[in-house]
Structures are given as C-alpha cells and as structure tokens.
Design a binder for this molecule. Structure first.
Ligand SMILES: O=C(O)CCC(=O)C(=O)O
Length: 393
C-alpha cells in the first residue's frame, strides 16, 4: 500500500464541506513534501539574449511543469485583481440572466459567446461526462456546501483580453511571451484563455484529465505536441484550492485515468500527484498532456487563476475545431493570423502602459506593428469576440 495514504481515510461519497477538508489533510501534507522534493520552481531566468535559461527549459521538458515565482509585481496584481473581481461581481445573477446580483447589466451580454460557465457549488461539472471530448472520465467527490449558498457560482470566465484591460496587457507580458517562444518556437500561436474561479467553500473540482484531444494518434506525436498553459495566480494557490499535477506524465501518451483511480482503490487522491503551490504573482506552466486536476475548494481561501495557453504553429495549422471550438472550424493560415493578432495588440497595449519595459518582439507580426497598435479600431477589429477564433487542439 502506498505509504502516503495509510493515514488517510477514503472520503465519504457526499461529505460535508468540513469532512471533505479534513479528509484531504494527510494527502495535502504528503503532497507538500513531494512538491518540495520535486522542485521545478524559482524566478524567471533569461539568458543574455532574452531567451529562457536552458536549465529551466530542460526542467520543464523533464517534469512537464514549472512554477515561476514573483513574476507579476504588486501594482499590476492589484489592477488584475480589481478587474477579475469586477468580472465575478458583474456575472449574470443566474445563467441566462441579463443583470448581475446588484441589478446592473451583466457583463458579456454583447459577446458572441457567453463568457461565464456556472456550476453548482462544490460540484464537478465535467468528471464522468462526455463533455470536452470525454477527457475527464472520472467524477471527483462533490462535497455538500455549508448553509445558505447560491444555486450557482462562476467556475470559468472567458474573454479576459476583451473585458479586462489589464488582462490584455498581461497577454503581452514580455517574460511570459519569451517563455512561450522557448517552448513552442518563435512562430508560436495562441490556444485560448479562461479564468478559473475557486471561491472558498464554493469552488468546484476539475476532474483528473489530460488537455489535448487532437494528436494522440499522430505519427509525429511527442511530449510537447499539445502545447502548454500558463496560470497567473492572483491569490495564494494552496494544495486545498490549487491545481495538482502528476509529474512527467506528459511523456506517457494517453493515460487510462479510470484505471489509475481504480488502481488507487477508487480513491481520487492520486499518490504521485503534487500541488502547484503559489504565492500571488507566481505563474505556472503546465504541459497540456500532463495528468492534472483540482479538488472541490472546501478551504477558506479564494483562488483565481488567469489561464492561457500557447501552441506550436505546426500542431495547429490544418487542424480543426475541438474542445469548445465549433466542430466545422478549420485552423488555416488566416484563422491563425487573426487569433494571433491578439498577441500583437496585447504587446502594444502593454507598451503604452509600461513605456520603460522592453516589449516582446513577436516574429509573425514583424513589420506589421503599426497595423496592430492598441486603440478603438483594433479593439473592434481584433479584440472583440476574439475567443470565437480560439485554436483548441
Ligand atoms: O486550475 C484548475 O483548477 C484547472 C486547470 C485546468 O484543468 C487546465 O488548465 O487545463
């Protein structure tokens, strides 16, 4: 038997919030120890040419994740928090409503796609369903929330580059884009973005899964073919509210997740997993082929993770709609160019706000910078409803 679970009782089928939190404590303690041993964290280190330090790249390629500490400074973090909180507060009071909880027009009414996903408090909306390509085969424990709670809470919020000016500027962050280039090449392309909201005592679980759905059988399959995601943490990301990963699983191909859980006695607390523990302003990268997930947030701590990913161009070109993208969509040169233009505008939006920072040079838009300055015209042409051009694989 795995020694990490000896001291831990299996969670009851529908534990109370407090029972669930208690059932996690030994697992969390063991996960913290394993995470400390695993390492793969520290500040962003670039070499003299502005490239990600090869040691970090090698560590990421080996374990499939890295935690960058202290990337976003306190001032930028404050603005991001205020704007993300505004998005939470301005959510429709319930699914489909036109107003927020205070009767103001809800945010997102003019978006092509509803930017919010709501769930029942502490639920796992995807586990054990066919949603999102059926990639979450096993449902997590869904504890019973305390007392009087809303029927639905925001789980995901999309379109941060449209609704949050600081979110757009973050998308043009020179260090983050240098990391994307190191991993996916200078002609890297975007994937999508979503803000995971895990309110204390309410936030839902994300069942164990691997993200990619397109290239598992590809003759060119390799551990990096489905790209990676950033998560920018606005609040502490703890073992109780945060993302857990099973290191190095990005190299294994498609994993039989149901079997892994069965082999663990049906217990979702996978023994080799580690929590990505972050302070506010830390940024994680996670290979999208990693086995990862998060538990219902029965803790007292809010987590808000701005999540956005990037791909290799070759992984996307010629592919088509997957996950939340319309099935008939084709990722041709034009589609990729239009979605990638968000990066070009974001770089300029950031340069306008932070004139002392050296902007990132995005090779696919070299020479086109003047057509992609941040202004009202590019908001309409490039940013409005950009997520309907996402490049999911
Ligand atoms: O942050 C989370 O809880 C889940 C994130 C996730 O599953 C993802 O980024 O694919």
């Amino acid at each position: 038997m795995n020694e990490r679970l000896v001291a831990t009782k299996s969670p009851a089928k529908n534990p109370t919030r407090a029972e669930h939190a208690a059932s996690m404590s030994a697992y969390i303690a063991a996960g913290e120890k394993l995470a400390a041993k695993t390492g793969n964290r520290g500040p962003v280190r670039l070499d003299g040419n502005g490239n990600l330090h090869p040691e970090i790249l090698a560590a990421f390629r080996d374990k499939g994740f890295y935690v960058f500490e202290g990337v976003i400074d306190a001032q930028e973090l404050d603005v991001l928090r205020a704007e993300a909180n505004n998005m939470i507060e301005r959510a429709p009071v319930r699914k489909g409503a036109k107003v927020d909880a205070r009767g103001r027009p809800a945010l997102g009414l003019d978006h092509a796609r509803e930017p919010y996903t709501f769930i029942k408090p502490l639920s796992d909306p995807w586990g054990g369903t066919k949603l999102l390509g059926g990639r979450h085969p096993s449902q997590m424990t869904q504890p019973v929330p305390d007392g009087d709670v809303p029927d639905e809470v925001p789980y995901l919020m999309r379109d941060m580059c449209q609704t949050m000016p600081a979110g757009l500027r973050l998308y043009g962050h020179p260090q983050l884009l240098a990391i994307a280039e190191a991993i996916n090449g200078a002609d890297f392309v975007p994937f999508n973005d979503a803000i995971f909201v895990k309110q204390p005592g309410l936030g839902g679980a994300v069942a164990w899964h691997q993200d990619g759905v397109t290239h598992w059988q590809s003759p060119n399959w390799d551990p990096g073919i489905h790209g990676f995601n950033f998560q920018v943490q606005l609040y502490p990301s703890t073992p109780a509210n945060g993302l857990w990963v099973v290191p190095a699983t990005h190299k294994l191909g498609r994993i039989d997740i149901k079997q892994r859980i069965a082999d663990n006695g049906g217990d979702e607390r996978l023994p080799d997993a580690i929590p990505l523990i972050c302070a506010p302003g830390d940024v994680t990268i996670v290979n999208r082929q990693m086995l990862h997930g998060s538990f219902a947030n029965t803790s007292a701590d809010l987590r808000v993770s701005l999540t956005f990913g990037f791909h290799r161009r070759a992984s996307v070109l010629g592919q088509g709609g997957a996950l939340s993208v319309e099935r008939g969509d084709v990722y041709d040169e034009q589609r990729i160019f239009e979605r990638a233009a968000v990066i070009a505008v974001a770089i300029d939006a950031r340069a306008q706000q932070f004139p002392d920072e050296t902007p990132y040079h995005y090779q696919p838009f070299a020479g086109l910078e003047d057509d992609y300055r941040w202004n009202d015209e590019t908001f309409e042409r490039v940013i409005r409803d950009y997520s309907s051009k996402d490049l999911a694989i």
